[in-house]
Design a binder for this molecule. Structure first.
Ligand code: F6P
Length: 349
């Protein structure tokens, strides 16, 4: 059997570990043959491939990024249709002409959403859950999340000492446009004084109260804010240019962190500075946890292909890797539940 592999959406540490495990397992256990598709869904849409054999995956376990490249190309968008053919039809035709019998799709909500549609359209698809945001349903964790949290935690540790030296409030903006998992975990692990997440609009005056309270101790406040967090009063609408191919607002320049710093400075009279961690959270080598999780996902994805278990995504449940319908993972985002946020709130101020 010839199996295509692609990585789509925002990259994250551990993608190469999955690719390596899929290929090594498929070749060693099941005599599968692999072909790589470049840059997410653009690869199968345009028939852009690369060699993906055991030799190609040697040495990539600890490397960040993805040897296959990634993109946010959306085959379901109008622009993917060419010559009267829909994006999905073009993909199916290309798979057939390349002799590809099945596809392992490594991606987050958007990429796997397309995988679910392709499966409904008759293709043999297996999904692997990827995202630093950890917001995919049906799996306890996605790989990449642990690395992102550790990077953000280390940054917070460093910011504590400089904040104290200068008696400043430091605001740390982390990724997470719809879900605040990175902010929550990095904030708890780093001992943040306030954590602000998209799931719970915040009261600016309450945030300033926490900041004032912290300044009364000999320490300085650290506020961790997810890029998608909003003050209670905000109702800002996105313009066309601010949306990506999947219709998500691009938040990098939105500046919730800077807005908080300005507002805190104005309301408390204390100096406040903002650090935006941005894509640092997505780059570089994965943690041991992510390498192991990614490897296990890869092994089980290859086994699903060998079993002909189509339309499933491999998922972590407790300590086990299980198979769940892809559609179950993409039907709704996994958000931070109020009780989990409540555990963090104990330490605010
Ligand atoms: O989905 C992963 C993610 O890193 C989000 O946390 C972030 O909002 C988004 O991707 C950024 O996307 P891009 O790199 O395309 O700007």
């Amino acid at each position: 059997m010839r199996v295509g592999v692609l990585t789509g959406g925002g990259d994250c540490p551990g993608l190469n570990a999955v690719i390596r495990a899929v290929v090594r397992t498929g070749v060693a256990e099941h005599e599968l043959e692999f072909i790589g598709f470049r840059d997410g869904w653009r690869g199968p849409l345009e028939g852009d491939t690369m060699v993906l054999d055991v030799e190609a995956v040697r040495g990539i376990l600890p490397r960040g990024g993805t040897i296959l490249g990634s993109s946010r190309t959306n085959p379901l968008a109008e622009s993917a249709a060419v010559g009267g053919k829909s994006g999905l039809d073009r993909i199916k035709e290309n798979l057939e002409s390349l002799g590809v019998d099945a596809l392992v799709v490594i991606g987050g909500e958007d990429t796997l959403g397309v995988a679910a549609r392709l499966y409904e359209a008759g293709a043999n698809v297996v999904g692997v859950p990827k995202t630093i945001d950890n917001d995919l349903s049906a799996t306890d964790y996605t790989f990449g999340f642990d690395t992102a949290v550790n990077i953000a935690m280390e940054a917070i540790d460093r910011l504590h000492t400089t904040a104290e030296s200068h008696h400043r409030a430091l605001i740390v903006e982390v990724m997470g446009r719809h879900a605040g998992w990175i902010a929550l975990h990095a904030g708890i692990a780093g001992g943040a004084n306030v954590i602000l997440i998209p799931e719970k609009p915040f009261d600016m005056e309450q945030v300033c109260e926490y900041v004032r309270h912290r300044f009364q101790t000999r320490y300085a406040p650290i506020v961790v804010v997810a890029e998608g967090a909003n003050p209670k009063t905000s109702g800002e609408a996105a313009t066309e240019q601010q949306l990506d191919a999947f219709g998500h607002i691009r938040l990098a320049n939105r500046g919730i962190g800077q807005m908080l710093a300005d507002e805190i400075e104005q309301r408390t009279g204390k100096e406040a500075r903002c650090t935006v961690l941005g894509h640092v959270q997505r780059g570089g080598t994965p943690t041991a946890f992510d390498r192991v999780l990614a490897t296990r996902f890869g092994v089980h994805a290859a086994r699903s292909v060998a079993d002909g278990a189509w339309g499933v995504m491999v998922a972590l449940r407790g300590t086990d890797i299980v198979r769940v319908p892809i559609a179950q993972a993409t039907s709704e985002l996994k958000l931070v539940p109020p009780e989990r946020y409540g555990e963090a709130e104990v330490f605010f101020g």
